[in-house]
Design a protein around this ligand. Structure first.
Ligand SMILES: *Cc1c(COP(=O)(O)O)cnc(C)c1O
Length: 405
């Protein structure tokens, strides 16, 4: 055969990595087209089980490896990956709710989940109600035959009340309502969401725990403040299949370079979680003693809302977040000046990355129920991997702003 043109040669080149090639890092397999051996292979039925491939949108060996490792991390059997944490939230609500259904959402839920329920789901005839996550009896009173999904979040966003997780789950189980936990905070390290009470273990038997655990991998699993991704884990196959059906219709795909970066971060996930947790508790305990602070919100601190529930279900971990409620005599302008005076804390959203962050929040209009925090302007701190002494010194110098402004 005469020599082929350069492009043809490059596209149809014969070299392949040898059989048995192996190394610790997982290969980055990118594909839209997945090649079949022949037409008989093409016509074969392929279950979407992570072992037989049909089209790159549904996954490649790289993304199925990440999904398998996350399922193990969560104590689940199945995991679906999504392009962001928010798209994982959306997958659960759109996957399980139909016209006429109602979803119950904790009042301190992640803000975008709140907006989804308030502004988007009503277009499909799906109603919502907010509940107080510290009050399991209150949740029981809201359940009706229309209730098809209860969202949980531990701890809640910004004000970090830790819910009565066991009490809320007992209520939902007694009524046969599906529960979905936003487990970004616990991240699979602080507690095992499918086995909140001892006596059960991973496998197909139901444990005492949630039905669905969803995470924004954007936070801890990535750890680098550079990736957006989400995961939805389940133990029950039928529930996984319902969600997978929606996942395929929504066309959620992932960049395999991003998947690789998350895989790279998983071996250090627990080390990072524990290091950030330790620095966060030390800083929160210290900041609580400062005269400028009215209330320190951190579930591991006695007196913080839901502390006793945190002791019941999560005392092995407490993440990297706390919020300081400043005394009401300080104006929003003064609190902004304090945040601007911080040198080591970036101002911006997200958390669990290497750099510490601080964001002021005015909570006066963003909740339906009165949850137990003191009022006043809140600053939510996300603690990174900097040294404790440096962060404390930075907070201390910035607090001087309150005396001078
Ligand atoms: C960040 C976050 C999300 C959303 O994740 P994105 O990747 O930013 O879309 C969902 N829930 C919680 C609790 C979060 O902190």
């Amino acid at each position: 055969m005469s020599k082929r043109a350069i492009s043809t040669e490059q596209i149809h080149h014969a070299y392949r990595a040898p059989e048995g090639w192996d190394a610790f890092p997982v290969g980055v397999f990118k594909a839209s087209t997945v090649l079949f051996k022949n037409t008989a292979d093409l016509h074969k039925l392929r279950p979407r089980d992570g072992l037989s491939y049909r089209y790159g949108l549904h996954g490649t060996p790289t993304s199925y490896t990440l999904a398998a490792r996350l399922a193990t991390l969560e104590g689940a059997n199945h995991c679906l990956l999504t392009p962001s944490g928010l798209s994982a939230v959306t997958l659960v609500s759109l996957g399980l709710l139909r016209p006429g259904d109602e979803v119950l959402v904790p009042d301190n839920v992640y803000g975008q989940n709140r907006y989804l329920s308030e502004s988007f789901l009503p277009q499909f005839g799906i109603t919502h109600r907010f509940y107080n996550p510290l009050d399991a009896a209150g949740l029981a009173a809201l359940l009706t035959p229309k209730t098809k999904l209860v969202w949980l979040e531990a701890a809640g966003s910004i004000t970090l009340e830790f819910p009565d997780l066991l009490g809320l789950l007992r209520v939902c189980k007694a009524h046969g309502v599906i529960t979905a936990l936003d487990n970004t905070w616990g991240s699979g390290v602080a507690f095992q969401p499918f086995d909140l009470l001892p006596g059960s273990g991973p496998g197909s038997e139901p444990g005492f725990g949630v039905d669905i655990s969803m995470q924004a991998l954007t936070k801890y699993a990535s750890g680098g403040a550079d990736i957006l991704m989400g995961a939805v884990c389940t133990r029950d196959l039928a529930l996984h299949e319902r969600l997978n059906h929606t996942h395929e219709h929504l066309g959620y795909g992932l960049g395999q370079n991003d998947v690789e970066l998350v895989l790279r971060g998983l071996p250090t996930l627990e080390l990072r979680y524990r290091a950030q947790d330790a620095t966060t508790r030390a800083l929160a305990t210290w900041l609580q003693t400062r005269p400028e602070v009215a209330q320190l919100l951190h579930p591991a601190l006695p007196g913080s809302p839901g502390h006793q529930f945190w002791l019941e279900s999560s005392s092995a971990g407490a993440a990297c977040l706390f919020s300081a409620v400043f005394k009401p005599e300080y104006s929003a302008r003064q609190v902004d000046a304090f945040v601007d005076a911080l040198a080591l804390f970036g101002i911006g959203y997200s958390w669990a990355g290497p750099m510490s962050l601080a964001v002021p929040y005015d909570m006066s209009h963003s909740r339906a129920l009165g949850l137990p925090y003191a009022g006043g302007v809140i600053v939510r701190f996300a603690i990174g991997l900097e040294a404790l002494a440096d962060l404390q010194a930075d907070l201390e110098q910035a607090l001087a702003v309150f005396a001078s402004s």
